[in-house]
Design a protein around this ligand. Structure first.
Ligand SMILES: Nc1ncnc2c1ncn2[C@@H]1O[C@H](COP(=O)(O)OP(=O)(O)OP(=O)(O)O)[C@@H](O)[C@H]1O
Length: 366
C-alpha cells in the first residue's frame, strides 16, 4: 500500500494549452493517505478518468508529478507501478475456473500454492463467491464475472493501490447496493488503498472515506460524506450532492445583511464580516433538508431569517413532503415532515442562520 501524492499535476490533451478550459485536468496538488478509500466523483467529462489514468500510468501528465510513498513514478509505465485495476466490464479468463481466475495474479508473482489457496478463499468469501470457485467462468452471469474482476483486483495484498473505474456499471441494481456496502467492509478488512471513479453520488458516499468532487477538470472539494453535505465549499458541491441539491439563490449585499429576490435576509456577524467588500457573484445556499416553512404573516422569533414565497408544488414522498416554492424568479425546494399549505398559498420560508451558507464567485466564504 502506498501514500499517493499529486504535485502540481495538470493535463491537457491538446498541444499548447493556454486558457483553463484547454485543460482536461487543471493544476492540482493533493495527498491521499496509505490505506485510504477515495472516490473521484463528478459528471461526465469532468476529468475523473484522466486523473485515474495518470495515476495508473496510462496517461503521462503534461505538468507535475505523481509520487508513490515519496518515489516519483510519473514516467513509469503501468506495469512498473504495482497497481491493480478494475474496469467497467469484466476482465477475466473465461476458460479458467473462478478459483484460477482469482489465483492468477498471485501465481504470477510466485506465491506458494498453500498461500494462494488461503488468500483466494478469503477474497471469495468476502465477495460471496465461495460456492462458485470450482465453476468455469464462461458459464457465469455478467454480475458474477464482474465480481471475479473485483476479486482479482483485491486479491494481492502488496499493491500500491487498487484503481476502480465505474466497476458497478454492469451490475444489477439490487446487487449493486449490496456490493457497495461489501466493498466498504472489504476495505475495512483488507486495508488496501482504493481509488474509485464514479459519477454516482450514492456509490461514492457509501464507499469512500473521502470523496474528491470534480467539475470541469478541477477538484472543488475533498471531504467526508458529512462535510460535503453540511459544508459544501463550492456551489457545485452543494448542487451535485443531495437529492435535490442545495438551494442556491443570487443575492445582493445590503446594510447589515443581504437581499434575496429584493427581500432583506438577516445574516450572522461572521457572515457579514466575510461578505463585506465582496466583489462578484454572491450566492446564498441552504439545503432543502434545512428550509422551514411558516405561515404568511408568521415568522416567530426568527422572522428576520424568513423570506416571502409562494407554494408551487407539494409531493408526498412517503417519509417526507417535497415542496417547491417560488421566491422572486427562483425555485426553492424543501423537505418537510409536514406542510399546512397548498399550491398557490403565500408562505414564509425560514433559512436557519446556522445552516445558511454564503458563496462569493462560487467559493464558500461563510
Ligand atoms: N484521449 C483523449 N483525447 C482528447 N480529449 C480527451 C481524451 N480523453 C478525454 N478527453 C477529454 O478530456 C475531458 C475529461 O475527460 P475524462 O474522460 O477524463 O472525464 P470523465 O469525468 O472520466 O468522464 P466520463 O465519466 O464520461 O468518462 C473531456 O472533455 C474529454 O472529452
Amino acid at each position: 500500500m502506498a501514500r499517493i501524492e499529486l504535485v502540481d499535476l495538470a493535463h491537457a490533451y491538446k498541444p499548447n494549452p493556454a486558457a483553463p478550459a484547454d485543460y482536461a485536468l487543471r493544476p492540482m496538488s493533493m495527498e491521499w493517505r496509505d490505506g485510504g478509500a477515495y472516490a473521484l466523483l463528478g459528471p461526465s467529462g469532468c476529468g475523473k478518468t484522466t486523473l485515474l489514468n495518470i495515476i495508473s500510468g496510462l496517461v503521462k501528465p503534461s505538468h507535475g508529478k505523481v509520487l508513490f510513498d515519496g518515489k516519483d513514478v510519473t514516467q513509469l509505465p503501468t506495469e512498473a507501478r504495482n497497481i491493480a485495476q478494475v474496469f467497467q466490464f469484466p476482465v477475466i479468463y473465461d476458460t479458467m475456473t473462478v478459483h484460477d481466475n482469482l489465483a492468477f495474479p498471485l501465481r504470477n508473482r510466485g506465491w506458494k500454492e498453500s498461500e494462494v489457496k488461503k488468500r483466494v478463499q478469503q477474497v471469495a468469501q468476502m465477495l460471496e463467491l465461495t460456492g462458485d470457485l470450482k465453476l468455469r467462468a464462461s458459464g457465469l452471469s455478467v454480475d458474477a464475472k464482474q465480481k471475479i474482476s473485483l476479486g482479482r483486483g483485491l486479491v494481492r495484498p502488496d499493491v500500491a493501490a487498487v484503481l476502480f473505474d465505474e466497476p458497478l456499471t454492469v451490475i444489477d441494481p439490487h446487487l449493486k447496493w449490496l456490493l457497495r456496502r461489501k466493498l466498504k467492509e472489504i476495505h475495512h478488512e483488507l486495508k488496501l488503498s482504493l481509488i474509485y471513479v464514479t459519477h454516482d453520488q450514492v456509490e461514492a458516499l457509501t464507499f469512500a472515506d473521502q470523496v474528491v468532487v470534480m467539475t470541469q477538470g478541477e477538484v472543488v472539494q475533498t471531504g467526508s460524506a458529512q462535510a460535503l453535505f453540511e459544508e459544501p465549499e463550492h456551489t457545485f458541491v452543494g448542487y451535485f450532492i443531495g437529492n435535490p441539491g442545495m438551494n442556491l439563490l443570487d443575492c445582493t449585499l445590503d446594510d447589515g445583511g443581504v437581499r434575496v429576490a429584493g427581500q432583506p435576509l438577516a445574516v450572522s456577524a461572521a457572515a457579514r464580516a466575510a461578505l463585506s467588500g465582496a466583489q462578484g457573484k454572491i450566492t446564498v445556499g441552504v439545503r432543502p433538508e434545512f428550509v422551514e416553512c411558516v405561515k404568511a404573516g408568521e415568522g416567530g422569533e426568527g422572522g428576520d431569517h424568513c423570506l416571502d414565497a409562494t407554494v408551487t408544488a407539494v409531493r408526498n414522498m412517503g417519509t417526507h413532503y417535497l415542496a417547491e416554492f417560488q421566491l422572486g424568479g427562483a425555485t426553492v425546494a424543501a423537505k418537510l415532515r409536514a406542510i399546512d399549505a397548498a399550491p398557490g398559498d403565500a408562505v414564509r420560508l425560514r433559512f436557519p442562520p446556522q445552516r445558511t451558507l454564503f458563496y462569493v464567485n462560487d467559493k464558500r466564504v461563510a
